[in-house]
Ligand binder design. Structure first.
Ligand code: CO
Length: 218
């Protein structure tokens, strides 16, 4: 059985299981959504927002792209943010990167001519790597450079989100958090707790990635 067929079979089982444990679940789901969290994560198949946070349908408004990048010039991410903040009125926006990110890795390697769209998307990461080149070059391995750049990028996206008029001018501005997921242990590390003042410290490299970093479970 090919994968899509297997997925459809699994869907029948899943729907039956959910309905058996909560007979009103789908009726409630059909009435509308009121998620309190916007999740901006990487498209990487290993970092599914709902699974790693034990969330259910209806809990998270999700946008994922390569390397969890946010740009005010991009109507895709901006429309998601606009709807989440102005219509759904989410309380929290979470940028969640991950260690071992392929998009971040690509930004530190020679770009492939075969991937022009990816190259354009990760251009801001290349620029960020250049800005922090002395810190990154001082790290011993490629993997540690990738992981540190992934942390710096999360903080950069948090800052960019907080700087948007959508967040700043919201009736009740959402907290913007910066998290990073570890593939080796499945744990999320908090890089920015949602407090703007704290991230100002993090972005100077004082806390993120060091033993002082606030490390909390999701
Ligand atoms: Co990734």
């Amino acid at each position: 059985m090919n994968r899509p067929k297997r997925m459809l079979v699994e869907n029948v089982g899943w729907a039956a299981e959910v309905a058996a444990s909560d007979p009103d679940f789908f009726e409630t789901l059909a009435q509308g959504q009121s998620p309190t969290v916007l999740w901006l994560g990487c498209s990487d198949s290993r970092v599914p927002a709902e699974t790693i946070t034990h969330s259910k349908p209806g809990d998270l408004f999700v946008h994922r792209n390569i390397a969890n990048l946010f740009s005010p010039d991009d109507d895709n991410t901006m429309s998601v943010l606009e709807y989440a903040v102005n219509v759904l009125k989410v309380d929290d926006v979470i940028v969640c990167g991950h260690y071992g990110c392929g998009g971040v890795r690509a930004s530190l390697l020679p770009l492939s001519d075969a991937l022009p769209h990816v190259n354009r998307r990760i251009a801001p990461l290349c620029a960020l790597a250049h800005t922090h080149s002395s810190e990154l070059d001082a790290l011993g391995t490629m993997d540690s450079r990738i992981d540190r750049l992934a942390e710096l990028s999360v903080l950069e996206q948090v800052k960019a989100l907080r700087d948007t008029s959508i967040v700043r001018d919201a009736e009740r501005p959402p907290r913007v958090h910066g998290w990073i997921f570890g593939l080796h242990d499945g744990r999320i590390k908090v890089l920015s707790s949602g407090d703007a003042a704290e991230t100002a410290v993090d972005s100077e490299g004082q806390a993120a990635g060091s033993s002082n970093a606030a490390s909390k479970a999701a």
